[in-house]
Design a protein around this ligand. Structure first.
Ligand SMILES: Cc1cc2nc3c(=O)[nH]c(=O)nc-3n(C[C@H](O)[C@H](O)[C@H](O)COP(=O)(O)O)c2cc1C
Length: 214
């Protein structure tokens, strides 16, 4: 903190709104095609960069995917993997799976891949000696930060993991050793809801947390 800055006060109103934000953040798969305002994506990525990271290593690497050819290749990979995933289910579950929309790849104006640098110099290894996976955890913190901030701007984010990681590294021409964390669709949602889409479509419900006490 600088010498003069005072910490903000997160009062009861803010807490209430923050709770609403958590409750109304959604994984979005149905997007309007409207573009984001100029500079908005950069603002979101700057905010994502405020996330905690092991050793302050900031191992996240953001790749904005504009190329239509690369987008098409990734969409084809999603379609293949999604068809393969459908093969893992039978009966009613297969029917429900087939009815789900599991990406907004055709409509979202922004597509973004997130990778993790598996051995960043930054942070000098602090905190990850016994748990190298904390680098990947750090990347998901950045994604969640972006996810929430995007929602405050009326934007929706959709996580796409039904993809082949090695293929994505190749398709986006990034170093082989970068760990693929996820592919994201970003844009204005067609609708807002406080219930997950998978719950509304009968796939799964949100349950109370499992809490142990020792
Ligand atoms: C690591 C991760 C991977 C996910 N992959 C997908 C995906 O490939 N396709 C999809 O439609 N949703 C995906 N999701 C979104 C989840 O289905 C969603 O978060 C969950 O159903 C709860 O809904 P909510 O995010 O709206 O609360 C993913 C979420 C996470 C955290």
């Amino acid at each position: 903190m600088s010498d003069t800055a005072l910490p903000p006060i997160f009062d009861a109103d803010f807490q209430h709104h923050f709770h609403d934000l958590l409750e109304w953040r959604r994984d979005v798969r149905h997007f309007k095609t409207d573009p984001l305002p100029h500079g908005m994506l950069e603002e979101l990525l700057d905010v994502a960069n405020l996330a905690p990271s092991v050793g302050l290593s900031q191992p996240w690497r953001f790749v904005i995917v504009d190329s239509p050819e690369r987008r098409t290749a990734i969409t084809s990979n999603f379609e293949q993997e999604n068809a393969a995933a459908l093969g893992d289910y039978e009966g009613e579950k297969a029917k429900t799976y087939a009815s789900l929309k599991l990406s907004g790849l055709h409509d979202a104006p922004v597509q973004l891949a997130v990778f993790c640098d598996p051995d960043p110099d930054q942070g000098a290894g602090l905190g990850r000696r016994t748990m190298p996976e904390t680098l990947a955890y750090s990347c998901t913190m950045a994604i969640h930060t972006l996810w929430l901030y995007a929602r405050t701007k009326g934007l929706g984010l959709g996580w796409v993991s039904i993809l082949t990681p090695d293929f994505i590294n190749q398709a986006l021409d990034v170093p082989e050793n970068w760990q693929f964390i996820g592919y994201f669709c970003l844009g204005y949602p067609q609708q807002n809801d406080n219930v997950p889409e998978l719950q509304r479509r009968g796939w799964e419900n949100r349950h109370a947390p499992e809490i142990l006490r020792r």
